[in-house]
Design a protein around this ligand. Structure first.
Ligand code: PHE
Length: 335
């Protein structure tokens, strides 16, 4: 019995250097409830003489406590990282994960399309490289119009160019769809402008087109009024001024009460109290004819706005170039 105790004590000495799997083995072979060596030894105690039981029993219990304590300690040591990772502070907060987000102009485009969706408009897109025919001719813009000049337009080849507005999609949609038509067309357009706080050679436009029997200027005003009040605030005043575009008649310019000064006059609205947000009008009969629709039967309205400009008004952004710089300090504010 005494020898067995000594054997056990030396076996237990291995605990201090055992790795995790060896430690698990030792735990079973020493303390296991069925076949653990120490357990067996303790079971033998009742067979011993009174005297032996007292001394050996005490020693055996002592050894059991020590083995349990040693195993505990070894387990703790193995669970604690050592070496290179020993100075890791497990309580330190993790690094913040980068989350992707939509660009503010995308957010505004999506919101505008959503508002028009409520009015029954579908969202479609079209080509950025266009022909002179769709960009100008079908829209009743003759090729000697200043807009068609190479000074203002990026030509990419004979008769092809980067679209200068999203209006060519009016023609494409009218040629391929039967009225009633209701579409909005967001997309990039190109003009030979220099980069400055309010101009960029490439910018976003959003075209709208509705064609049906019996549509009038009243339907147009109601749709735009609904949009402005949903997008800005319900009390925003909307104003329509006569304007000219070859593909609409009558043509209009839509203005909203200045979001900065609420109409009292400031530098943003050049003291007028109003800001122009889109060009628009009733589809010109000549455009219907050139696109194969019966100008006697159908009427319609069209509008074109600049989502960047609208985003600048909404978020009070002073310079359009901020949209193109990819500066996370700027972009991070719109998530
Ligand atoms: N295409 C015009 C522009 O780029 C805007 C517009 C669209 C005007 C539709 C009238 C109707 O300025």
């Amino acid at each position: 019995m005494r020898d067995k105790l000594n054997d056990l004590a030396s076996a237990a000495a291995e605990i201090a250097t055992a790795d995790a799997s060896r430690l698990a083995e030792l735990k079973v072979s020493l303390l296991g409830r069925k076949a653990g060596k120490l357990t067996e030894l303790l079971r033998e105690l009742p067979t011993l003489s009174h005297e032996e039981r007292r001394t050996l029993g005490a020693q055996a219990n002592e050894l059991k406590k020590k083995i349990e304590a040693d195993i505990d300690e070894r387990e703790r040591t193995l669970a604690t990282p050592s070496g290179a990772g020993a100075d890791v502070d497990g309580s330190m907060p993790g690094r913040q994960a980068w989350r992707g987000a939509l660009h503010p102009v995308t957010l505004v485009v999506d919101e505008i399309c959503e508002i028009f969706r409520e009015l029954g408009f579908s969202r479609v897109t079209g080509p950025e490289a266009e022909t002179e025919e769709y960009n100008f001719t079908k829209l009743n813009i003759s090729l000697d119009h200043p807009a068609a000049d190479a000074q203002d337009t990026f030509y990419v080849g004979q008769g092809t160019l980067l679209r200068t507005h999203t209006s060519p999609m009016q023609a494409r949609v009218m040629e391929t769809n039967k009225p009633p038509i209701r579409v909005v067309v967001p997309g990039q357009v190109y003009r030979r402008d220099a980069f400055d706080p309010s101009h960029s050679p490439v910018f976003e436009q959003l075209e709208g087109l509705a064609v049906d029997e019996g549509l009038s200027f009243v339907d147009f005003k109601a749709a735009i009024d609904y949009f402005v009040k949903r997008f800005f605030t319900r009390d925003t005043v909307v104003r329509f001024e006569p304007s000219f575009f070859p593909f609409v008649e009558p043509g209009a310019q839509v203005q909203v009460q200045c979001v900065m000064c609420r109409g009292s006059g400031c530098s943003t609205c050049k003291q007028s109290g109003f800001l122009e947000i889109m060009g628009a009008g009733m589809v010109h009969p000549e455009v219907f004819t050139r696109c194969g629709l019966d100008a006697e039967r159908y009427t319609g309205y069209a509008f074109g706005m600049g989502p960047q400009r609208i985003a600048m008004l909404r978020y009070r952004i002073p310079d359009i170039r901020l949209f193109f710089e990819g500066d996370m300090r700027f972009l991070g504010q719109f998530t």
